[in-house]
Design a protein around this ligand. Structure first.
Ligand SMILES: [Zn+2]
Length: 443
């Protein structure tokens, strides 16, 4: 049995995504072709260092100045996985394997139960109940058969997110002086004390009070253990994502930990209601805003890799919708090798699963791959022509819901103070990724 057929279809998706993709591809092929012809006739001898894309249409015109962008690694969809051979690829493999262990640390039923004691569950369930009823009523007011934007469990995570950001966890750049409360200055990294080590800190940042007469040293242990973080309740995005993801698990959602090669981490939660993974960034109280980092913060990203207790997936395309503008060169390993590593981690995680569970997860992977391919197509649509992908989609479907991922009022980063954000070039105004990596705080 084909697992993708066994899975229930998304209720509002009246359009077959594959057929839609084909139609779109065909239209863009025509648009591209026309655009190229126009360009060729107007600017005959301009040169470009980037090769023209090979994926679209034949014959190939020579590269022109305004040629549609090459999608480099992101467009290489049909690749055969290949085992790593060179030292660089091996390093990447070891790193990804080690990162992939993060979600496993949350799979401790006893500790998860214990963790829930830190959460005002009644408040969260009440808020979720209320919100899901409102969404349900909204959907019904739009007509029979309309589905609410989010389900109850999604609303639980949304309520958890609000509480976590607004009342529970604190953002720390430099810890304040505990004697005179003055700001401190970073002086380096030091070795953890035995009790810090016992609680899982393998690195301690050291700060010195900026007031000369005081001069007190402050230690800032970077704890890796989500359950320890329930007590310390502070940190930068590494601590935020770790602790918040664990709590999502504790309230019963499937969760992913997303590692980004440009020094950020966040969460994805599986929405059973929408049958897809949803971007959640606890530091920013962001729900389903995958374009936050690119359109919002003005960053360029190379890799975004999601790890869960039952899989691993390269989800870069969910976050980089416009590769020519926001993708960084992916140089850590050939793309075929990355596929191999993802397969390897998936196989490892699913090793002891029943055939049925493996089947279900493979079906899910296929649906997600389709979703991610769809972003490339609408990205191309937005880029090479004035045609709006939504218009075309709406033109041939009965869907009325607007694209929830469309960039609305995306702002710059909100976690961290303004100087720190500016240094990182994440205020949504500065040029892309201008920060000096030496000034960078570790995650
Ligand atoms: Zn002081």
């Amino acid at each position: 049995m084909d697992p993708s057929q066994a899975a229930p279809r998304a209720a509002s998706a009246a359009v077959d995504p594959d057929r839609l993709a084909q139609e779109l591809t065909e239209r863009f092929r025509q648009v591209l072709s026309t655009k190229r012809m126009t360009e060729l006739s107007t600017m005959s001898s301009s040169r470009s260092s980037s090769p023209a894309p090979r994926d679209f249409g034949t014959p190939q015109p020579p590269p022109t100045h305004n040629a549609p962008p090459s999608y480099r690694s992101l467009r290489n969809i049909p690749l055969v996985p290949q085992a790593p051979q060179d030292a660089r690829s091996m390093r990447f493999k070891h790193m990804l394997h080690s990162l992939s262990n993060m979600p496993l640390k949350w799979e401790n039923p006893g500790l998860l139960d214990e963790a829930l004691r830190a959460v005002p569950l009644e408040q969260i369930y009440n808020e979720a109940e209320e919100e899901s009823q409102i969404l349900q009523a909204e959907a019904e007011s739009l007509g029979a058969g309309k589905k609410a934007a989010w389900g109850y469990q999604d609303c639980v995570i949304r309520a958890l997110l609000r509480w976590f950001k607004r009342t529970f966890f604190t953002w720390v750049n430099n810890p304040a002086c505990s004697r005179c409360y003055s700001p401190t200055v970073g002086v380096g990294i030091t070795t953890p004390l035995p009790d810090e080590q016992a609680r899982g800190a393998n690195q301690v940042e050291l700060y010195r009070c900026s007031v000369e007469q005081c001069g007190r040293y402050e230690r800032y242990p970077r704890y890796n253990d989500a359950f320890v973080l329930l007590q310390t309740r502070r940190g930068r995005c590494g601590e935020w994502a770790n602790c918040f993801s664990m709590l999502c698990r504790a309230v019963g959602s499937r969760v992913r930990w997303v590692w980004n090669s440009e020094d950020h981490v966040w969460t994805e939660v599986y929405s059973v209601h929408r049958k897809r993974w949803v971007h959640v960034d606890a530091c920013e109280e962001a729900w389903d805003k995958p374009r936050l980092y690119t359109d919002g913060w003005g960053r360029k990203l190379a890799y975004c890799i999601a790890f869960s207790v039952d899989g691993a997936m390269d989800v870069t395309r969910r976050y980089v919708r416009n590769p020519s503008k926001h993708s960084l060169e992916r140089t850590r390993a050939p793309e075929a090798v990355l596929l191999h590593i993802m397969d390897e981690i998936r196989a490892l995680r699913r090793n002891n699963m029943s055939k049925q569970d493996k089947f279900r997860l493979e079906g899910e992977d296929m649906r997600e791959a389709r979703e991610l391919r769809g972003y490339i197509i609408s990205g191309i649509a937005g880029e090479v022509s004035e045609i709006k992908a939504e218009d075309i989609i709406n033109g041939c479907s009965s869907r009325t819901r607007t694209d929830p991922d469309a960039p609305k009022a995306l702002e710059g980063r909100t976690s961290g103070n303004s100087q720190w954000i500016r240094n990182r070039g994440e205020d949504g105004r500065s040029a892309q990724n201008q920060q000096d990596p030496r000034n960078n705080h570790p995650r």
